[in-house]
Design a protein around this ligand. Structure first.
Ligand code: DQA
Length: 143
């Protein structure tokens, strides 16, 4: 199966941004890890990161008919973007929400997840390994 991994704003700053919350591993090594996990799980993966809400909406729309599953960490747009929620609902693909940090234990404004309302699974606070759990979930269920 082909999986699209979408990361929202500032995820490309991993390793630099708030290491006490997001860890010291950088985005490039996360991309390498995801490639390796895809090999282990025998699936195909494409990674996409953007700081722009509309670009993320465009990418989700493009996924229709091109991939079999989406893993999304919309980052700050999680808590604000109805456009991303609507895009996920529009394409109707199996989607898994990932958050590196445990947003359930953070500020009040992080307690709502719009994108999560269109996701069938939620992997929260498992660090970067959460992406692997999400990949395994999709592969086991849909491959
Ligand atoms: C995040 C949590 C969000 O609240 C935050 O805005 C992020 C990252 C996470 O992966 O823990 O940028 O999605």
């Amino acid at each position: 199966m082909k999986i699209l991994v979408i990361n929202g704003p500032n995820i490309n700053m991993l390793g630099i941004r708030e290491p006490g919350i997001y860890g010291s591993q950088n985005y490039e090594t996360l991309l390498c890890d995801i490639e390796q996990w895809a090999n282990e799980l025998d699936c195909e993966v494409e990674c996409y990161q953007s700081n722009h809400e509309g670009d993320i909406v465009d990418k989700i729309q493009e996924a229709y008919d091109n991939v079999e599953g989406i893993i999304i960490n919309p980052a700050a747009y999680t808590h604000t973007s109805i456009a991303i929620l609507d895009a996920l609902k529009s394409v109707g693909l199996p989607a898994v929400e990932v958050h590196i940090s445990d947003v359930t234990k953070r500020e009040d404004f992080r307690q709502i997840s719009y994108a999560g309302m269109a996701c069938e699974e939620h992997i929260i606070g498992k660090g970067l390994g959460g992406y692997k759990l999400a990949m395994r979930y999709l592969c086991e269920k849909y491959k």
